[in-house]
Each structure stands twice: as C-alpha cells, then as structure tokens.
Write a protein that binds this ligand. Structure first.
Ligand code: URA
Length: 195
C-alpha cells in the first residue's frame, strides 16, 4: 500500500528506530512543496532545526536559500529534507546505522514527492543515497541515477561556510541542476534566462 503524507508524519513523529530520538527536542521531517520537481537532501537537523522543527533554517539553511535564489528557485518551490530526522548530539555526523534506520522515511518522502531531480548536500547525503563507498570529493558535479531520477551531489552549505573557496564548484553544480530542470521542462514559469 502506498503511504500518505499523514501516515508518514505519524511514522516519523512516533519513530524510535534509533537512539537519536531520545536526545533530540523534536523530529524534523522536512518541508517545502510536497510535489516539488526538485528535492534536496541534507544530513540532519542542527540546533536551530531541532528547536524549530524545520529543516535548514540555521546559517547553512540561510546560505542554501541564497543558493537556490541564485538559480531562480524560491525555496518554497522545492522540497528539503535530511538523511536523519533527529538531531545527532553535538551535531556529530549520523552513524551509518542511524542513517539506515531513518532510510524508510526518506524513501517514503521520495515516493510521495516524486521528484524529477534530486540534489544531495554533502557527504552524508551522498553515502545515504548513492552508497557507502561514494565520496563527495569524487562524485560532486556528476549525474547519477537512483530510482529513475537524475541525482547530483554538491558540497553541504556548512562546508561552504567553512571553506568559501568551494563556492565556485558549488555554483557550477547548481547550474547543472538548473539546466537539467530546464531540459526536463520543470519550473517553466521560473526558469527562463540562464543566470
Ligand atoms: N544541516 C543539515 O544537513 N540539515 C539541516 O536541516 C540543517 C543543517
């Protein structure tokens, strides 16, 4: 049976699939257009996300909003979520078993949104979606296919805040995403002239 958004919200809020649910303030399922052509996947909630219940609202989220605007996409028109829905203590990287325990929620989101393009933000999203052996440094900026959908990886916005030299490559990646969306006829009201 196909899941519904209501059933998924219930499954996430009641989830005790790994110990992260014991230390977080609240679950952060993700948000945005529930049938967005573009789905973004990050790592996991940080402090501000844990407090607000919303994905990517802290400093990395603010940079992400600007990155999307630079390719003419308002963030309300995309769907944004994370590999894990609970904040790891002290913002540590989620463990592979935590990512695995949370994967059914991500797969359900993917099935419900039915994105035409997926953008992975950073190393954890790369490992979670492409596979444990994939590395962000090697695979960013290249197209892969998962579940019949073109998938591209770029640096996590937190990595760009730490190392602004990476922004040039991230900009190249974002333009690839934009070009693919245009090729697939998505966001015709927004994506007209190349930035
Ligand atoms: N970093 C992430 O990966 N996800 C968020 O929601 C916020 C920061």
């Amino acid at each position: 049976m196909r899941t519904s958004w209501a059933r998924l919200a219930e499954a996430i809020s009641g989830c005790a699939g790994c110990p992260l649910c014991e230390s977080c303030t609240q679950k952060v399922p993700g948000q945005g257009d529930p049938s967005a052509p573009l789905m973004l996947i990050g790592e996991g909630p940080g402090e501000q996300e844990d407090q607000s219940g919303l994905a990517f609202v802290g400093p990395a989220g603010q940079l992400l909003t600007r990155m999307l605007e630079a390719i003419q996409l308002p963030r309300e028109r995309v769907y944004i979520c994370n590999i894990v829905k609970c904040r790891p203590p002290n913002n540590r990287t989620p463990l592979p078993e935590e990512a695995e325990a949370c994967a059914p929620h991500l797969l359900a989101q993917w099935a419900l949104v039915r994105p035409r393009v997926v953008l992975l933000l950073g190393a954890t999203a790369v490992r979670g979606v492409l596979g444990e052996n994939y590395r962000i440094t090697r695979c960013r900026g290249q197209w892969f296919e998962r579940r019949g959908v073109p998938v591209l990886a770029t640096y996590h916005p937190s990595a760009l805040l730490r190392d602004p030299d990476k922004k040039r490559e991230a900009w190249t990646d974002l333009k690839l995403v934009r070009r693919m969306l245009v090729e697939l006829g998505q966001y015709p009201d927004l994506l007209k002239e190349e930035p």
